[in-house]
Design a protein around this ligand. Structure first.
Ligand SMILES: Nc1ncnc2c1ncn2[C@@H]1O[C@H](COP(=O)(O)OP(=O)(O)OP(=O)(O)O)[C@@H](O)[C@H]1O
Ligand SMILES: [Mg+2]
Length: 246
């Protein structure tokens, strides 16, 4: 992916969520992972990149296209090009697994009902969910729900996939299930930007990691080097020693 962020800032009232973020990613990066302490600005930056939040100032360019935050129409187009999964599962509770996938394909992407069903079946099958297609979300485990949510995000063939803590609500086994799926998506050529507290996963799957604290990127680099805990950024090392203590 090619992503260029220039001096992006964002405040909510008196809270400065982002404070002059710069980043330049080249085509060799297919998975970017954002890490850092709670409240550091990860979700805010992810939403700005995905066109779900508008920065106060600064510029973002993704795969050669500038994101025009002033134009609602152009933001909608940007959102349609990409796929999202946010901290909670956000499945429609009264729709079955397959309806959760077909609904946006029909309403947002304009597919016919039969084309949407075909695409949804293909995605659910790919993620080992075909036997669960007609279940409602409450009849699925947390890991299955999260995989349906990823299937829904992937079904339209997004340019970039944004995942905000995709495993935060899951137990270790389901976490493994979802992380395997993300690694598989990467293998299949899907570009992904995610936030995670799973340092082991970030080290294995991400091509690049950014460490965000207090609204700034304090460190960017190769996850194997950055996450070794032996770098020369004391803030990052402090963070790593806290999250990897147990
Ligand atoms: N909609 C909002 N209204 C007001 N303040 C907000 C809003 N969204 C985020 N903030 C504030 O902005 C800061 C950054 O929040 P953000 O959600 O980006 O952090 P984060 O790094 O994703 O944290 P976490 O790891 O807990 O998810 C926090 O201080 C948060 O309270
Ligand atoms: Mg967050």
């Amino acid at each position: 992916m090619r992503v260029k962020i220039n001096e992006v800032s964002k405040s909510y009232g008196i809270t400065r969520a982002l404070n002059g973020v710069d980043l330049d990613l080249n085509t060799e990066v297919s998975v970017l992972s954002m890490i850092g302490p709670s409240g550091g600005g990860k979700s805010t930056l992810l939403k700005i990149l995905g066109g779900l939040e508008v920065p106060d100032c600064g510029a973002v360019c993704m795969n050669g296209r500038e994101v025009y935050y002033q134009s609602e129409e152009s933001l909608l187009e940007h959102r349609r090009r990409n796929g999202y999964l946010f901290q909670s599962f956000n499945l429609f509770p009264h729709k079955t697994a397959i309806q959760n996938v077909t609904l946006p394909l029909e309403l947002v992407h304009g597919l016919s009902s039969s084309a949407a069903i075909e695409e949804a079946n293909h995605c659910l099958d790919r993620f080992g969910l075909i036997d669960h297609a007609n279940k409602l979300p409450f009849e699925l485990s947390g890991g299955q729900q999260q995989r349906v949510a990823i299937a829904r995000a992937i079904a339209p063939g997004p340019n970039l996939l944004f995942l905000d803590e995709p495993t935060s609500a899951l137990d270790p086994e389901m976490t493994g299930e979802v992380l395997d799926l993300i690694a598989e998506l990467k293998e299949g050529g899907q570009d992904i930007i995610l936030t995670t507290h799973e340092m082991g996963f970030a080290r294995e799957v991400a091509d690049q990691v950014v460490f965000l604290e207090e609204g700034r990127i304090l460190e960017t680099g190769d996850p194997r080097l950055l996450l070794s805990g032996k770098g020369n950024n004391s803030r990052l090392d402090q963070f790593l020693s806290r999250v990897m203590r147990y």
